[in-house]
Design a protein around this ligand. Structure first.
Ligand SMILES: [Zn+2]
Length: 86
């Protein structure tokens, strides 16, 4: 896990854990980026594999400046998060 990724936040499936009990925080993050409605409508896709994301399969949320990248909980996609630095 690289530590230079900015604002890296992951859910319980990752090694940097945002406890599941804090899903509310994820919700706030999504809201902050104006993505909450889209997310809940199933319009947000995993940035790596393109799977439709939901609260059930959301594996990681990465804030990168103005952008928010979301990944599903597949090991491959979580791997992307830990290796991406841009
Ligand atoms: Zn994925």
């Amino acid at each position: 896990m690289r530590s230079d990724a900015e604002g890296l936040v992951m859910t319980a499936t990752g090694s940097l854990v945002l406890p599941v009990a804090r899903d509310r925080d994820l919700r706030l993050i999504l809201e902050d980026y104006g993505l909450l409605e889209q997310f809940e409508a199933g319009e947000i896709l995993c940035d790596h594999c393109g799977s439709q994301l939901s609260w059930d399969n959301l594996g990681a949320v990465v804030t990168s400046g103005e952008k928010l990248k979301l990944y599903c909980d597949l090991p491959d996609c979580i791997e992307q998060v830990s290796t991406k630095t841009d």
